[in-house]
Write a protein that binds this ligand. Structure first.
Ligand SMILES: N[C@@H](CCC(=O)N[C@@H](CS)C(=O)NCC(=O)O)C(=O)O
Length: 196
């Protein structure tokens, strides 16, 4: 299995976390993003969006971090990380959806604006405001629960963690979110959790 990643990519970090937790055998292919390899004709055949991450396995190509997490969890993780019962799967996926909407378009895009000067959707304030919607939802959930989706860690954790951890780089302080800070510490203590 080939896993296409970028070195400073939070979406790639989601896969690194899960691959490490699952001890899934794989080969990492680093895409040279500073030299725009992700926009090359060759890589666009793998991911037509011209983005990392992506996976190539058994003749199949999977792109998008959420789809890749689903693939890895179901292929290597049994029922633990993405259960197949209707309610369990939906509860996990609602957090994966939060990672792809308020967290990505809020916290990721605000961070990218601050660190790279690229503003994808609106201003810094727009991104911060949208990102705080996600932080408020996570904080409320984690005030009374150890994990985001179920009573155990699932792919909701690697999906949401990377851009919450880097919220300060989007000039969003995490101090007002004590339950999130404790959750991040719990995540980092999971056996096999990969460091950024
Ligand atoms: N929705 C996509 C977003 C992927 C994404 O934004 N990847 C960034 C790196 S973290 C990227 O490849 N950006 C390339 C670019 O913007 O040119 C996913 O979750 O995989």
């Amino acid at each position: 299995m080939k896993v296409y990643l970028g070195t400073v990519s939070g979406n790639s970090y989601k896969l690194r976390i899960l691959l490490s937790l699952l001890k899934a055998p794989h080969e990492v292919v680093i895409i040279d993003m500073p030299n725009k390899q992700h926009k090359s004709a060759e890589f666009m055949k793998i991911n037509p969006r011209g983005e990392v991450p992506a996976i190539e396995d058994d003749g199949k190509v999977i792109w998008d971090s959420a789809a890749c997490l689903v693939y890895l969890a179901r292929k290597f993780g049994g029922e633990q990380w993405l259960p197949t019962d209707a309610a369990g799967m939906a509860e996990v996926m609602q957090w994966v959806a939060l990672a792809a909407t308020e967290i990505q378009c809020g916290l990721q895009y605000a961070r990218r604006g601050v660190t790279q000067g690229r503003w994808t959707l609106g201003s810094l304030e727009d991104g911060q405001k949208f990102g705080r919607v996600a932080l408020d939802i996570c904080e409320a959930r984690l005030a009374n629960n150890d994990w985001l989706a179920l009573g155990r860690p699932t792919i909701a954790e690697p999906a949401c963690f990377p851009y919450i951890e880097t919220a300060p780089e989007a000039k969003v302080a995490l101090e007002p979110y004590p339950a999130i800070i404790k959750w991040m510490e719990r995540c980092k203590k999971l056996p096999g959790w990969a460091a950024r």
